[in-house]
Design a protein around this ligand. Structure first.
Ligand code: HSE
Length: 409
């Protein structure tokens, strides 16, 4: 039997208001918002004043509230709220990917300790139901990889830049105005946001916990006009791809821009849409596409979690129990185009396997397989652009190949 739930919300921004709207429109769900904790009492609100409070205890200590819905920006404050809510016997629904990625193992343990559920479908790829599918549908299939577009803002920007030839700053501003971007948009454009989502997805796909600092993220902020010109000449698009692959009990993860052939299934995923490809041993490749950002799409994922709580759903973290000796590793290499100005200390000896290179107008371009360690180092250098090649695959045992001659023109 479905339960009636009383909700306490933290935050009433883009997603909170989206949730309010979709909850009002969905008559089948027995859930009512009792209180909303906000930070700024000056903002004008959609709802009467009595809904709002500035004191978190009004929600956390209210015995009538069964579910805390955490939708605030600040990851540290969010973690404190989630801990306290679980300690006080409440279930939690959250869409805070940074907070989850940074504390997932602790949150897993708190759920066992306090016998309560934390659901977070809205944290990973907005409206795409990927976590529950990884948990339930792919329960028995051996997943060897997940990859896709895990950030709506950067996909929106890249679409506008490629298709409408908008400049980057205008496209970013539009993504902000539409409510897709984080309040600190560098989390989007530098690839942190998709990395948080990937870290969460890795746990549900492969049964390992990985701290976000162990996943390399390269953003779209270093893509230059020359890269765009190169892509257009070759008939490629550029997408920011999050990927995790399992080979021989090791899981590798990476977020980086990639040249994408026009026929690639992800090439047609435009604007704020996200996409996730799941590669299973028996199901083979399956592609999920849906809106990855925005008030209603994310609000609908949060609503789906609230609905799941009405019949006591919990993530069982099934892969954690199935995983034998699976470890997250950063010892891999991947084929990349590297662009850097003359005078930068990058040479063919830095590549695991060098393919080709040329230089023009003071810029050098090299293509080859590079270790994640080197990519991490170069991604911190100014003026170095890194874009994965269209067919880039992880190679998990970097072996230095024979060096080829590279002559700057
Ligand atoms: N800033 C995020 C994005 C919001 O653009 O995908 C949804 O998580």
């Amino acid at each position: 039997m479905r339960k009636n739930l009383t909700l306490g919300l933290f935050g009433f921004g883009c997603v909170g208001q989206g949730l309010y709207h979709v909850l009002n429109e969905t008559h089948g769900i027995k859930a009512t918002i009792k209180k909303i904790c906000i930070k700024n009492p000056e903002k004008s609100r959609l709802l009467p004043q009595e809904y709002f409070t500035l004191a978190k205890e009004d929600i956390l200590n209210d015995p009538e509230i069964d579910v805390v819905v955490e939708l605030i920006d600040d990851a540290n404050a969010a973690y404190q709220i989630v801990r306290q809510a679980l300690q006080n016997g409440k279930h939690v629904v959250t869409a805070n990917k940074k907070m989850l990625a940074e504390n997932l193992e602790e949150i897993f343990q708190l759920q066992q300790q306090f016998d309560r559920s934390v659901l977070y479908e809205g944290a990973v790829c907005g409206s795409i139901p990927i976590l529950r599918n990884l948990e339930e549908y792919y329960d028995n299939d051996l997943i060897s990889g997940i990859e896709g577009i895990f950030n709506g803002s950067t996909n929106y920007i890249l679409t506008k830049v490629f298709e409408e030839r908008k400049n980057y700053t205008d496209a970013l501003r539009q993504a902000q105005e539409l409510g897709f971007a984080e309040s600190d948009p560098s989390l989007d454009v530098k690839g942190f946001d998709p990395k948080f989502k990937l870290a969460i997805a890795i746990t549900h796909a492969f049964g390992v916990f990985v701290k976000p600092e162990n996943i390399l993220n390269i953003g779209i902020n270093t893509i230059s006009d020359l890269d765009l010109k190169f892509a257009r000449e070759k008939g490629y698009g550029i997408k920011l791809i999050a990927r995790a692959v399992k080979t021989d009990n090791q899981v590798f993860g990476l977020v980086a821009p990639q040249f994408i052939d026009a026929h690639h299934p992800l090439a047609s995923v435009r604007n704020e849409f996200n996409a996730v490809t799941v590669q299973g041993a028996f199901s083979e490749k399956q592609l999920f596409i849906g809106k990855g950002a925005g008030s209603y799409p994310t609000g609908s994922a949060v609503l789906s979690d609230i609905s799941a709580l009405t019949y006591d759903y919990r993530y069982e973290y099934k892969k954690l129990h199935q995983a034998e000796d699976i470890q997250y590793s950063t010892r891999a290499s991947i084929e990349s185009f590297v662009r850097f100005p003359h005078g930068t200390k990058i040479s063919i000896q830095d590549f695991e396997e060098f393919q080709s290179g040329y230089a023009a107008n003071g810029q050098h371009y090299m293509l080859g397989r590079v270790s994640l360690e080197k990519l991490a180092e170069w991604s911190r250098w100014e003026n170095v652009g890194i874009i994965l090649s269209p067919e880039a695959l992880f190679v998990n045992k970097p072996v230095k190949s024979e060096m080829l001659e590279y002559t700057a023109a």
